[in-house]
Design a protein around this ligand. Structure first.
Ligand code: KG4
Ligand code: ZN
Length: 338
């Protein structure tokens, strides 16, 4: 019997029905971009309310596609950490309610581990053990992964996540939200060497990242120190493209350098990469170059599984196989970063 998986950690409401071979029988993702665009970032209260409106129709759609009823399910899985508190609560309460109503066991999922598991869904060969990298709107982290559920945190961002930096730069240039796709589209026609933006912590011993200095450097390069007002910004499309290309080059340089370093440190022969920023074309091709040069196997989640979705919740099967079920009084863990 398949499982129902639910994802509502940030601003995507998603559900999927997945069988024990990770085959997707039904799935639905409701994005909220249009609700947050006006604010140039995700507003937690708005996100939680939208999840509440959408969660049942989204679950219905996935279940109808799969042509299953509650009685046909093996378990209900839900991402309960990390994420926005209000958003997580909607998913967890929905999952608990269905678990009680349908008398099915509940399985809780770490959203970050699920992002990495998206790579396992992309290929037939086993991807674990490996080094795992998550580059999303909320996270930039590296893990040593002994299995899909046994991960050791190597390091992560000490301030902004890579995706958040993309979103902030897009906001400065009035490119809309989410910013990553818009920045990378414009970057394609710009000169990555036009601005010498910093590559913070690139030569550090550890595996931490910092992108707030880069964000500030971009700001100073377009409005000058101390100025906060971007509304009067008078940059040509070519100038904006140069900012985007130079910014993207700096982010990608740091990410690729640290990922390759983690591979050497762990003596691993495979890197798996998940999260929204992994959809970035320059990042993907430079990682592939590094993999070819250094001789490691690279698996990047396919674009539709990079951004938040419930299909990656198929990782719940791994927990079910270990007998790791959650009790009905389990609570959300919004701040858990690892
Ligand atoms: O994984 P995700 O959907 O949500 C989180 O869990 O955070 O990632 C969303 C992030 C956003 O910051 C978005 O701007 C970024 O991924 N993103 C990209 C691209 N597509 C999405 N960043 C750079 N280049 C892209 N092509
Ligand atoms: Zn995510």
């Amino acid at each position: 019997m398949p499982i129902l998986t639910i994802e509502s950690t940030c601003d995507e409401t998603a559900a999927a029905v997945v069988d024990s071979d990770d085959k997707v029988l039904g799935q639905c993702v409701a994005k909220q971009d249009e609700l947050h665009r006006h604010f140039r970032g995700v507003v937690p209260e708005v996100a939680a309310r939208a999840h509440l409106e959408r969660i049942l129709p989204v679950i219905d759609t996935a279940m109808n596609q799969a042509d299953v009823a509650g009685a046909d399910l093996e378990a209900i899985a839900v991402a309960d950490r990390p994420g926005l508190a209000g958003s997580l609560l909607v998913g967890l309460v929905a999952a608990k309610t269905l678990a009680v109503a349908w008398q099915k066991p509940l399985v809780t999922i770490n959203h970050l581990h699920a992002h990495l598991y998206a790579c396992q869904l992309a290929v037939d060969r086993p991807v674990y053990p490996c080094v795992g990298m998550i580059v999303s709107g909320g996270h930039t982290s590296l893990y040593q992964c002994d299995s899909s559920l046994d991960l050791t945190y190597l390091g992560g961002t000490i301030d902004d996540a890579a995706g958040e930096a993309f979103d902030k730069v897009a906001a400065m240039l009035s490119l809309g939200f989410p910013g990553g796709p818009a920045v990378s589209k414009l970057a394609a026609s710009g000169n990555p060497k036009a601005h010498a933006y910093p590559r913070s912590m690139i030569r550090d011993d550890g595996f931490d990242f910092s992108f707030s200095g880069l964000k500030t450097a971009v700001r100073y390069s377009i409005v000058g120190p101390g100025q906060q007002d971007f509304s009067q910004l008078d940059l040509s499309d070519d100038q904006k493209a140069d900012v985007c290309a130079s910014f993207e080059a700096a982010v990608v340089d740091v990410l690729v350098t640290k990922a390759a370093k983690a591979i050497r440190h762990c003596q691993a022969d495979r890197l798996i990469v998940g999260g929204g920023v992994a959809a970035n074309g320059v990042f993907r091709s430079q990682l592939q170059d590094a993999a070819d040069r250094e001789g490691f196997d690279l698996v990047i989640a396919p674009a539709d599984l990079c951004t938040d979705n419930a299909v990656m919740g198929a990782i719940a099967w791994q927990k079910i196989r270990r007998g790791e079920f959650a009790s009905l009084d389990v609570d959300i863990q919004p701040g858990l970063q690892r």
